[in-house]
Write a protein that binds this ligand. Structure first.
Ligand SMILES: [Zn+2]
Length: 264
């Protein structure tokens, strides 16, 4: 594909996928991730960077900030943007699949083979083993996208305590994905949390109010004399969380968390 050629749907999908994985303000042609995608699809890094800023012009986050000077994107790019808003699962998994095929065809084949073997061992009909394999592939690709996009949005920090050690960070779901599979890949249903705060949030000992302030459950107040509990949890009560660049946690999901999971 030479410079100046129209972007195909697959190329746009890959650019959109990358758009969600790069923090705001880093969409430039010198970003190694931009250079990497440019190589993969045989385009210049400046044309990839341009496409990222085209997507930015559609993003409500940038529109709300009144960022101007962004070029309106082509019809196909606009269409993809609308598609992803209405069905994260389908568009994102399609793009992750494409990306993996381009980046590591061999690794992908092996990973799929391993999943096949797992699925084959299941005591089920052949047809359902295939479905199980497809499901496992989707889970793997989905988890990777969700983590990458949440980490980019929160700039690799726990939104409660600011912990910056990536090995200790988890891309958590506000509403657990076992309860709402449709929200599994939606970045507005995500939070970047350290291992302690992820667990506390998951167990309902921590939540977030409508003004994006931390709520600590009264269920642990009786531990108030313990330094670890005080320093690890109590001191964050009513503290504002660190908000991401894009995809702030949706208030409707936080409301559900407070009402259905939080131990008041
Ligand atoms: Zn934390």
């Amino acid at each position: 594909m030479k410079k100046g050629k129209l972007w195909t749907r697959d190329e746009l999908l890959l650019a959109l996928n990358l758009y969600f994985k790069i923090p705001f303000g880093q969409f430039d042609q010198h970003n190694p991730k931009v250079i990497n995608l440019a190589k993969l699809i045989d385009r210049t890094s400046s044309s990839v960077a341009m496409q990222l800023s085209n997507f930015a012009s559609l993003d409500p986050y940038h529109q709300n900030r009144g960022v101007s000077g962004l070029r309106p994107p082509g019809r196909l790019a606009q269409q993809l943007w609308e598609e992803v808003q209405s069905d994260w699962e389908y568009v994102i998994l399609e793009s992750e699949n494409l990306l993996e095929t381009l980046m590591q065809p061999q690794a992908k084949a092996e990973a799929d083979k391993n999943l096949s073997e797992i699925a084959d061992k299941l005591p089920q009909e052949k047809q359902s083993a295939l479905t199980e394999k497809e499901r496992l592939v989707k889970v793997r690709l989905g988890q990777r996208f969700f983590r990458d996009s949440i980490m980019a949005n929160y700039r690799e920090r726990c939104c409660v305590c600011g912990m910056p050690i990536t090995e200790l960070l988890i891309a958590s779901h506000i509403i657990p994905w076992k309860d709402r599979e449709d929200l599994r890949l939606n970045p507005s249903n995500g939070l970047s949390l350290c291992a302690l705060h992820d667990k506390a949030f998951d167990r309902g000992l921590l939540s977030i109010d409508d003004d994006y302030r931390v709520l600590v459950s009264s269920a642990i107040y009786h531990y108030f004399l313990h330094e670890a509990v005080k320093n690890g949890l109590m001191i964050y009560n009513t503290h504002p969380i660190l908000l991401p660049d894009r995809f702030a946690p949706a208030k409707e999901f936080l409301y559900i968390h407070r009402n259905q999971y939080f131990v008041q």
